[in-house]
Design a protein. Structure first.
Length: 292
């Protein structure tokens, strides 16, 4: 028997959704939960374990683990993922007819209580366009839950529902077992995600991907709508928000940790992408948290 985990996850009792950003995901022994867990793999690789199987997972993969199903991770290689934890009650009131969609029962339907691991854990790969849309939705919902702006519960829940629709549509495609983007593109995005804290140059990106500078710019523009260095700043600012809220590090130290040699330039970038200076963001967010 495997103990069902619930423990500390539900930080907001009014919303049956919680997020865990794992960067990196550590090796984890076989275990089970009393909630749904949907893991969206951002980057890196690992071996995913079940009671009867073991297989490789990597960027673009989705795991849908139902309550009572047993799984774990080993052979971790820079694995970064987002866990979306969902209480079964989230699916009970089917106001929008999601239960009637093809693939719903496979991904989210209830398993037999006496044999929850009778059916295998759902594992499939998203095409790259869908993966980026899904990643954007979940990162936005994660930010809502962390920052608590007005209406954050409604916003986070609606984005998670949109994410589920993307999963169901992608799961039903005949080519859902294959990632449509090339290996070099996947390698490039993984490299940037794993190394954005360093001072990256175009030469670094050319070397790791084998592409020309103009091709790299076209790839980023096509998939992300911006240049690689704008994307790197987005990643840095997103990480800086977490550091400002969750640590007492001085702003200069946060800037250096994220690859900025000039804290004033970091502050300008942070304000450009967030609308606040780092100091304003820290004070405002902590004040809002204390007032709740």
């Amino acid at each position: 028997m495997f103990q069902l985990e619930s423990k500390k996850y539900w930080l907001d009792p009014c919303l049956p959704i919680q997020f865990e950003y794992r960067d990196p995901q550590q090796a984890f022994p076989l275990h089970a939960h009393d909630f749904h867990e949907i893991a969206l793999v951002f980057s890196g690789k690992a071996t995913h374990l079940t009671i009867s199987d073991a297989y490789e997972i990597q960027s673009g993969d989705v795991l849908s683990v139902k309550p009572g199903q047993v799984h774990g991770y080993k052979n971790i290689r820079s694995l970064t993922l987002m866990n979306i934890l969902v209480k079964p009650s989230f699916f009970m009131e089917d106001y929008f007819g999601i239960q009637s969609l093809p693939g719903y029962q496979t991904l989210f339907g209830e398993e037999p209580r006496d044999k929850p691991d009778k059916n295998p854990i759902s594992h499939f790969k998203m095409d790259f366009d869908t993966f980026l849309k899904a990643k954007t939705l979940i990162e936005s919902a994660y930010s809502e839950m962390n920052d608590h702006p007005t209406g954050y519960r409604v916003s986070a829940a609606s984005q998670v529902l949109h994410f589920f629709i993307l999963l169901l549509r992608n799961y039903g495609k005949k080519n859902s077992g294959k990632i449509s983007f090339g290996a070099n593109v996947a390698k490039l995005f993984d490299y940037v995600k794993e190394n954005y804290r360093r001072s990256l140059s175009m030469e670094d990106l050319i070397e790791v991907s084998g592409m020309s500078a103009s091709h790299i710019l076209r790839v980023f523009k096509h998939y992300l709508g911006c240049s690689p260095f704008v994307y790197i700043n987005h990643l840095r600012v997103s990480r800086a928000k977490d550091d400002l809220i969750r640590t007492a590090k001085p702003i200069t130290e946060i800037a250096l940790d994220l690859g900025y040699n000039d804290s004033n330039y970091f502050s300008r970038c942070f304000k450009k992408y967030s609308g606040f200076s780092p100091r304003e963001y820290r004070i405002n967010t902590l004040t809002e948290t204390l007032l709740e």
